[in-house]
Write a protein that binds this ligand. Structure first.
Ligand code: EAX
Length: 324
């Protein structure tokens, strides 16, 4: 009898220990991204976390891991699929390895201005892209902005497409991006972002391409002399959360997260726009030499990429993004 009491007490204690933190403690969303703590992603995510804390009265907490602390963008997407990571903010380019619906945004010069990109991402095209991830267990909360990508390198100023030939350029893992630089005669090197600074520093690659805000906050100006304002790709960012995790939350918590994702999206997009005006001057002051290449010539030079991918992406989808 005594022993039974002891066992029962133990069981109650163990159960109690297990349940108490669950009842009292917040639900944790661990969110990984690859950029620096002063990047547009991180600032937007801090606001996102604040909004969620407010809207759920602290029931849900977002813990942000910057600088690829929990892995590359591909690792993070896989983590969200497997449920080993709750959420991530990634460029849409690596998502093309999981769903072809994303490829259209990777075409060079397809997005001419932000208003067009936002209308497409917040409308039918964005819905289609989000839907294509659902059967993988990924819920897309919103499309944020990474930005218009600019080319940097350590070898020479870029004015014309021919200047790119022969350069080793690090790219995101994306078939359309790779094809674009191959058509320009460059040697494309796919590599996770977390390895990029060292690769540039050690000259394993000659150059890379990223939005100005990343060139600034990841300090690429320390290891790259030449900046060409090409804006050749527009990179959206996708805020992703695991569907199974999301389903484990109450409807009120789910709504709070969804609202916060949209509010923080608008905040982050505006932050990017406001910042852009000053970035060229700042990068010049940091020692970069800036060129304004012949963009018509670049656009003409990369036309074969459209032919290469038209069948795979769909002529109607390409037209939809071009004509929004
Ligand atoms: O999504 O890998 C890249 O160059 C991306 O711009 C970065 O990871 C942010």
């Amino acid at each position: 009898m005594k022993r039974l009491c002891l066992v029962l007490t133990l069981v109650v204690c163990i159960l109690g220990l297990g349940i108490a933190p669950v009842l009292g403690a917040p639900k944790i969303i661990r969110l990984n991204h690859t950029l620096a703590p002063d990047s547009h992603y991180h600032k937007g995510l801090e606001y996102f976390a604040e909004l969620i804390a407010e809207k759920t009265n602290g029931e849900v907490e977002v813990q942000i891991f910057h600088s690829s602390q929990l892995g590359s963008e591909r690792d993070a997407i896989e983590g969200v699929i497997l449920g080993t990571l709750e959420a991530t903010l990634v460029s849409t380019a690596p998502l093309a390895n999981f769903s072809k619906q994303f490829l259209v945004f990777d075409l060079p010069f397809i997005v001419k201005d932000r208003a067009t990109a936002y209308a497409a991402l917040d409308g039918e095209l964005g819905d289609m892209m989000a839907k294509s991830l659902e059967d993988k267990g990924i819920k897309t909360l919103a499309f944020w902005e990474n930005g218009f990508r600019m080319l940097t390198n350590s070898r020479r100023p870029i004015e014309r497409p021919e200047d790119v030939a022969g350069l080793k350029i690090r790219l995101m893992e994306n078939p359309v991006h790779m094809a674009t630089f191959r058509v320009l005669g460059a040697a494309p090197v796919p590599m996770p972002f977390g390895e990029l600074f060292t690769a540039l520093q050690q000259r394993t690659v000659d150059g890379q391409e990223n939005p100005l805000v990343i060139i600034q906050t990841s300090k690429f100006y320390e290891v790259q002399k030449h900046l060409a304002l090409t804006g050749h790709f527009y990179a959206p960012a996708a805020l992703l959360i695991g569907q199974r995790f999301f389903n484990s939350l109450t409807p009120e918590q789910q709504q709070a997260i969804q609202e916060a994702a949209i509010e923080a999206r608008d905040w982050e997009r505006q932050y990017c726009i406001d910042l852009e005006a000053s970035l060229v001057a700042e990068l010049k002051a940091a020692g970069m030499e800036v060129t304004y290449p012949d963009l018509d010539a670049f656009e003409k030079a990369v036309q074969p990429v459209y032919e290469e991918f038209e069948a795979e992406i769909g002529a109607d989808v390409i037209r939809a993004l071009r004509g929004y």
